[in-house]
Design a protein around this ligand. Structure first.
Ligand code: AKB
Length: 316
């Protein structure tokens, strides 16, 4: 990886991945793109271009113009938003992905795109979900993610494109808030704990999902992209996780720092049913074995860091 183009660079993953890659490979080596501009270091501190990923010609031209060797395709609608607008989600998530894969094929580029725990469904084993298992998701987002995993495998086997990817759990970060995901409560809870000492969760008590702190997610992407391709068996859909937790586990971790923090519940039926269709905990042994994935943050270490960084950010 010497010159990288990122789509969806202003999103939750993109805004931190762009900065981490610029730090590692050089400021001008990472071309950030998104559908909109924003007042962000992603736009002001390095090359940035406006790009609609459903426009194949624009994507091809930009990629060729900047002579990149790698595409990291992040632009996508998350699970809850996709469920509200399934046809638009299909067009954006699948249209964008197939365009990015085609550009990678035409220009012989290395390729990364994230899948998700959303690629699993109610008939998937729920505890320690294996790497290779039943995948019959019941959401549009999940359908997109399984199709995406298969498409990336196809481009590798059929055309030799060096495609790689992980199944991310809910990602927690103090930099950019997620938008429209089922696991978003696990970010909101920290903001509300600091601002109001209370939070009303849209996910019910006892609902377990996998989570990971953003520094571990960024490290995982870089490590997978730099791994020796000959050692990768799974390539496009490695289970990665660091934490399996329910809302009350976040509350307990926060109460160690803010003892009078209060958690209540006002469950959103749409997001609750999505959460219930996903695993409680996934098994990331293949990622550990094939490319050395090793997360650093458990829930307590993440909570301490998240609260400290958010306090600074919010000026509290
Ligand atoms: C979502 O909740 O939609 C995402 C995900 C787990 O893919 N955070």
């Amino acid at each position: 990886m010497k010159k990288i183009l990122i789509t969806g660079a202003l999103g939750q993953i993109g805004s931190e991945l762009t900065m981490a890659l610029r730090e590692k490979y050089g400021q001008n080596q990472v071309i950030a793109t998104d559908i909109r501009e924003a007042d962000s270091p992603v736009v002001t501190e390095g090359p940035f271009e406006v790009l609609d990923v459903t426009d194949y010609n624009a994507m091809y031209e930009l990629t060729e113009k900047h002579e990149v060797d790698t595409i990291m395709h992040l632009a996508a609608l998350l699970s809850a938003k996709a469920e509200n607008n399934p046809k638009f989600a299909w067009d954006l998530n699948m249209g964008g992905l197939v365009n990015a894969l085609e550009v990678a094929r035409e220009l012989n580029l290395k390729f990364f795109t994230p899948s998700s725990i959303g690629a699993f469904g109610p008939t998937t084993p729920k505890i320690k979900t294996p790497q290779d298992t039943v995948q019959r998701p019941t959401t549009m987002y999940g359908v997109n993610k399984v199709s995406g995993e298969l498409l990336c495998d196809y481009y590798y086997y059929r055309f030799g494109v060096d495609t790689r990817g992980v199944r991310f759990p809910g990602l927690i970060s103090y930099v950019t808030e997620p938008g429209g995901g089922t696991t978003d409560y696990a970010v909101e809870i920290y903001y509300e704990a600091l601002k109001n000492k209370k939070y009303s969760s849209f996910i019910a008590e006892g609902t377990y999902m996998d989570m990971m702190y953003m520094p571990d997610a960024i490290q995982a992407i870089i490590q997978l992209m730099e791994a020796d391709g000959d050692k990768l068996e799974h390539r496009n859909a490695f289970n990665v996780t660091a934490i399996s937790a329910a809302p009350e586990d976040f509350a307990k971790a926060i109460q160690k720092h803010i003892p009078d923090f209060e958690l209540t519940y006002e469950v959103d039926p749409v997001r609750q049913s999505i959460a219930e269709s996903w695993p409680d905990s996934i098994d990331s042994d293949c990622a550990k074995r094939e490319w050395g994935f090793e997360p650093e943050y458990d829930i307590d270490k993440m909570t301490a860091n998240m609260l400290e960084k958010l306090r600074e950010k919010l000026g509290l």
